[in-house]
Design a protein around this ligand. Structure first.
Ligand code: TTP
Ligand code: MG
Ligand code: MG
Length: 349
């Protein structure tokens, strides 16, 4: 039999904002948004919890955030500072395991199945990691401890800030029935709406459907939903590094320039991209992009920081296609994920 894994997921609390509060304590009592605004444009990297009470969120246009919360104090991000802190935190993790999967500057899975410290008590290890993070950085983190990645990640989010949750394997499928589907890694707004349209709001609701039912509704992803809703997840903690982008391309059997056919093709590429995206670990994307390859093999790409939707992909496509109306042999759609290398660019928007 396979050994039961011990996995810890750690995520810093309101990371950039907490760092700024630490360094400027007067910010602790006011709503804070990390990000700037130039000529009325710009998006927030994150916000502190006071600002979140007003609905102010990461990736929200700064102008909108100010509308929601006129007293919002804007602080420019200092990516070098966050990166340095992140490095310090990851050095702590390395003392407990070599199997560490970095999801972003502030977030990681740590597989402590074979950790010899603290009698291999994963709960105690997580507590110690949190303490050491605090001692070294004066920042709080939240952690989830469980026997797979899905549940460890859900756990770290349960009692934020400064939380610690342990989800044990016994009777797990019954213990998670009340969780909303949005707790599943990969279920974003689009999938959530599709699930809700079918009356599926919680893990328990998913459990009521057969595997076949779910496959009919969601394709391959239906199997994942079937398993996750029961707390089953076989994914390994892999230190391979986060994927930077995901795209789907279709080369047509014939080259087209007629808009209707192109849009139909765009639609099918879109659906495939959407279904592949659902399998992605890190669902925070930064940009969406469209690639067009013309009949003469000249390729062009257009990218923008706008919401992931069919309409927006069409808009980007038309924007570029209108510059050169010609026969197209390939259309690609994709997203670029948010990761630490992008931080410098994010502030440009
Ligand atoms: P998160 O861990 O998603 O958020 P958070 O740490 O601010 O808040 P929480 O307590 O809910 O975990 O992201 C970590 C940091 O990454 C965040 O502080 C800022 C940055 N970030 C962006 O710059 N843009 C984004 O869209 C997101 C989601 C995060
Ligand atoms: Mg965080
Ligand atoms: Mg995070």
């Amino acid at each position: 039999m396979e050994k039961i894994k011990k996995i810890i997921h750690v995520d810093m609390d309101y990371f950039y904002a907490q760092v700024e509060e630490r360094d400027r304590p007067e910010l602790k009592t006011v709503p804070v948004g990390i990000g700037g605004m130039t000529n009325g444009r710009g998006v927030l990297c994150t916000s502190n919890y006071i600002a979140r009470e007003y609905g102010v969120r990461a990736a929200m246009p700064t102008a909108k955030a100010i509308k929601l919360c006129p007293k919002l104090v804007l602080v420019s991000p200092n990516f070098q500072k966050y990166k340095k802190i992140s490095q310090d935190i990851f050095k702590i993790y390395e003392q407990y395991s070599t199997k560490i999967q970095k999801l972003s500057l502030d977030e990681a899975y740590i597989d402590v199945t074979d950790c010899s410290k603290l009698n291999n008590d994963a709960n105690a290890i997580a507590r110690e990691i949190k303490e050491r993070i605090y001692n070294d950085t004066k920042l709080t983190a939240s952690a989830g401890v469980s026997f797979n990645k899905l549940l460890a990640k859900i756990g770290s989010d349960l009692f934020k800030p400064d939380g610690l949750a342990i989800l044990r394997p016994d009777n797990i499928s019954n213990k998670i029935t009340h969780f909303p589907v949005s707790r599943i890694n990969g279920v974003g707004k689009v999938t959530r709406k599709r699930l809700e349209a079918k009356g599926i709001f919680t893990f328990g609701d998913i459990q009521k459907h057969s595997k076949l039912d779910l496959i009919n509704m969601f394709g391959d992803y239906g199997v994942t939903l079937y398993n996750y809703s029961r707390g089953v997840d076989q994914r390994e903690v892999s230190s391979g590094g986060a994927r930077k982008s995901l795209s789907v391309e279709h080369t047509f059997s014939e080259d087209y320039s007629d808009i209707k056919t192109l849009k139909e093709n765009l639609l099918s590429v879109f659906y495939e991209l959407e279904s592949r995206l659902k399998k992605e670990e890190n669902k925070t994307y930064k940009n969406i992009f469209v690639k067009i390859k013309y009949t003469d093999f000249q390729a062009t790409t257009i990218e923008s920081q706008i919401e992931f939707s069919l309409e927006n992909f069409e808009k980007l496509f038309m924007n570029r296609f209108s510059q050169r109306v010609d026969k197209v042999r390939l259309v690609g759609l994709g997203v670029k994920f948010f990761n630490q290398d992008d931080h410098g660019q994010l502030s440009l928007f």
